[in-house]
Design a protein around this ligand. Sequence first.
Ligand SMILES: Nc1ncnc2c1ncn2[C@@H]1O[C@H](COP(=O)(O)OP(=O)(O)OP(=O)(O)O)[C@@H](O)[C@H]1O
Ligand SMILES: [Mg+2]
Length: 334
Amino acid sequence: MSQSQIAISAEGVERRFGDLRAVDGVSLEVKASEIYGFLGPNGAGKSTLTRILCTLLTPSAGRATVAGYDVASQPGEVRLRAGVALQEAALDDKQTGAEMLALQGRFYGLTAKATKARVDQLTKLVDIGSALDRRIGTYSGGMKRRLDLALALVHDPQVLFLDEPTTGLDPVSRAKVWQEVRRLNQELGMTVFLTTQYLEEADELADRVGIINKGKLVAEGTPAQLKRTIGTDVVIVTVTGDATDAGRALESLELVERVEVNGPTLTLSVIDGPSAISPIAVALAQVPDTQVMELSLRRPSLDDVFLSVTGEHITDPSAFMASASAAQNLQEPQ
Ligand SMILES: Nc1ncnc2c1ncn2[C@@H]1O[C@H](COP(=O)(O)OP(=O)(O)OP(=O)(O)O)[C@@H](O)[C@H]1O
Ligand SMILES: [Mg+2]
């Protein structure tokens, strides 16, 4: 890949806070015009790496470039080409949204006229109507997030960093942000590095996904590739009472690769879901004092990938629901 095709590169990037390695040797490359989804649980190191790439935090070791410029030695060049909407937006409550947008434009050296034209374009995205002329202190969380996204776009960056852009947004606003991210990517070729805890968001938007856990990149690929690495279908069984005995009975079945017991619920990794259902049902019928309440089959989802590489489900409850609905939409082989 030629240098100009690489929008973001990290080589062995580390960031320590005292003894803690918040980012622990991450290497990745994001191509120009790609949407890269950076997925991980709370405290995984997503925001820390994002801040390093945006020049807001220096790496303790390793090297990173954005738009071809080194984040440590050429931060000014990086800032001109990168837009960033951080997880905790740094907005001045005393200013109005319109004032902040204008200030941002001036900060990047745009003329008043250019800034006004840009702000007019962005108002559609901000979509907070007359509130743009109100003090930011009176905005809701969702309004602040949308304003922050608009601020990141004022100077028309080549690379856009979004740290959990839709956390706290209602479903309609979330869909709007997705649409805008897609538009920026497709129409302007903007490269997007997006951290998220929502599996559905990564699945929907990202060309490629990296999964970070405890500071380390533990998996990377297109959503379809990642799901294929799981290789198995998943059967979920809920029984009356405790499922330990049922779990033991199923462990010996040929098509069952792995059994996880969680209270009354069994999660089975199976080689061929449709063929495994009958033997599973037969085996369960023979377990004393155990009745099956529910049995379902689903194809691999990003949450299963997440479970396999981190040993736990992603913690966000709405992500669970999102992954369940995404799994339903992914019935066809990828
Ligand atoms: N300035 C700091 N000083 C000390 N520790 C920090 C600092 N910033 C982050 N950390 C720690 O580094 C680790 C990674 O934090 P980070 O904010 O990057 O996680 P995250 O993946 O963004 O999590 P979340 O999903 O909750 O936003 C955490 O253990 C956090 O407590
Ligand atoms: Mg974070």
